[in-house]
Design a protein around this ligand. Structure first.
Ligand code: ATP
Ligand code: MG
Length: 424
């Protein structure tokens, strides 16, 4: 029997070469993101990776990829409830916000999450069946300056890890009055040109014609280039909202462009929508995306309050960032030249680790040569050599791996001198 990881998944493992296979890069991205999220006063929310299927289906909407393309991994639990692995983070976070009455606290509630999302789709570069998103939800307000904060936060996280050639595409898809004015115009236009549209777009023309803008089909895009633009239909509130968001982004120096063809894949968006794109990616060039959802909280049984959020795929963030070598974290490797030295080395290792110094030793019973090779491969800055001579004198020899310089250190009184010798 031989097993392979499920289709569309990947492993993070020592020796992984792709950026998303490297644990050091994951830790780096998550660390930077958490730091920046903290600077913006966002707090962590953790929700289950599965919820009732209805929560996701209802929020994404019947015209979404998640529903139309049947992207959800669903299963029936023993109580015959239809469950799904979460395809995205927003529904769970909003559900928790309502369930725990967070709307009764001072608003907005600013949340972030980091975790796996599951979508049954065709694997391509930058597209997996399990991927990880770093996302935020700012709940309980419709203040356009929150949109500015959320978009600039997405950009700041990307920039801090070195995402290249990034521009934020921005649009306002309006409030209900805007949609009521615009959607019939767009639908009428699409009907007139239905012969040139792809079948998905024809199907969406009735349910949610805005979603046709998402089509990758060339002829459909050619038709849409001539379609009525939403900008001309914005209600005064929507137009004001967009103006404030733009001036805020200008003030913060976030590079963005207004993109009137930008709609998003989920039905719950209202007003502001955005996608951060990188020129360093191929076909899947959206690194992170989001939007405002002013009807979602009430739709899920909460009060009539607005919210806005983004989700950013860590795999794509890593692909879009410049290659990076992270330094080895290992400080010291023990080389033992006699079997009797192994337990004393282990004791010293314990003392060093207790002081916060990382170290390792040989567990394979290798000879001296093998151990030095291992010390070298480990990337440790120092080797500490313990043989019969050193044992008899209660010392240890410390070698600087870069310069080759060696010195003997007294360990009769414990690890103090050893710590000093390696500058710890
Ligand atoms: P796409 O147009 O690429 O299908 P989407 O609109 O489905 O994206 P969102 O639902 O907005 O994507 O998800 C937010 C982010 O999560 C995306 O910008 C991307 O970085 C990441 N993402 C989404 N689906 C996948 C996937 N299958 N594999 C890897 N990352 C993904
Ligand atoms: Mg998708």
């Amino acid at each position: 029997m031989s097993y392979k990881g499920p289709r569309g998944t990947y492993d993070v493992f020592p020796g992984g070469r792709e950026p998303h296979e490297r644990a050091d890069l994951w830790a780096y991205v998550e660390g930077r993101a958490r730091e920046i999220l903290g600077l913006h006063n966002y707090r962590e929310v953790r929700t289950p990776v599965f919820e009732e299927v209805e929560l996701f289906a209802r929020t994404a909407g019947e015209a979404s990829d998640i529903v139309v393309q049947k992207e959800m991994f669903t299963f029936r639990d023993k109580g015959e409830r239809e469950m799904a692995l979460r395809p995205e983070g927003t529904p769970g976070a909003v559900r928790a916000y309502i369930e725990h009455n967070l709307f009764k606290l001072a608003q907005p509630i600013k949340l972030f999450y980091v975790g796996p999302m599951f979508r049954q789709e065709r694997q391509q570069r930058g597209r997996y069946r399990q991927h990880t998103q770093i996302g935020v939800e700012a709940l309980g307000t419709s203040d356009p300056l929150v949109d500015v904060e959320v978009i600039s936060l997405l950009y700041a996280i990307h920039q801090s890890i070195g995402v290249r050639d990034e521009v934020v595409h921005l649009n306002n898809i309006g409030d209900m009055p805007t949609r009521r004015a615009y959607v019939p115009e767009l639908r009428a236009f699409l009907r007139k040109n239905a012969a040139h549209l792809d079948p998905d777009s024809v199907a969406r023309m009735d349910t949610n014609p805005l979603r046709t803008f998402d089509s990758k089909h060339e002829a459909t895009q050619a038709v849409l280039a001539e379609a009525p633009k939403i900008g001309a239909f914005l209600s005064p509130e929507a137009a004001d909202h967009l103006a404030v968001v733009r001036s805020g982004l200008d003030a913060l120096g976030v590079p963005y462009e207004l993109d009137e063809q930008l709609v998003r894949g989920l039905d719950y968006y209202t007003m502001t929508v955005f996608e951060a794109k990188s020129g360093a990616l191929g076909a899947q060039d959206t690194v992170g995306a989001g939007g405002r959802y002013n009807a979602l909280i009430s739709d899920l049984g909460g009060p009539d309050l607005g919210g806005i959020g983004f989700g950013s795929g860590v795999e794509r963030m890593l692909l879009a960032a410049a290659a990076r070598e992270t330094e080895s974290a290992l400080n010291l490797f023990f080389v033992t030249l006699a079997p009797e030295a192994r337990v004393p080395a282990m004791r010293l290792a314990g003392a060093l680790r207790a002081e916060g110094v990382s170290c390792d030793l040989d567990f394979g019973g290798r000879g001296a040569k093998g151990q030095f090779k291992q010390a070298d491969r480990s990337g440790a800055r120092y080797a500490a050599i313990l043989g019969e001579d050193e044992l008899s004198r209660a010392t240890i020899k410390v070698r600087d791996m870069a310069s080759g310089e060696e010195r003997e250190v007294d360990v009769s009184g414990g690890s103090v001198e050893l710590l000093r010798a390696i500058g710890a």
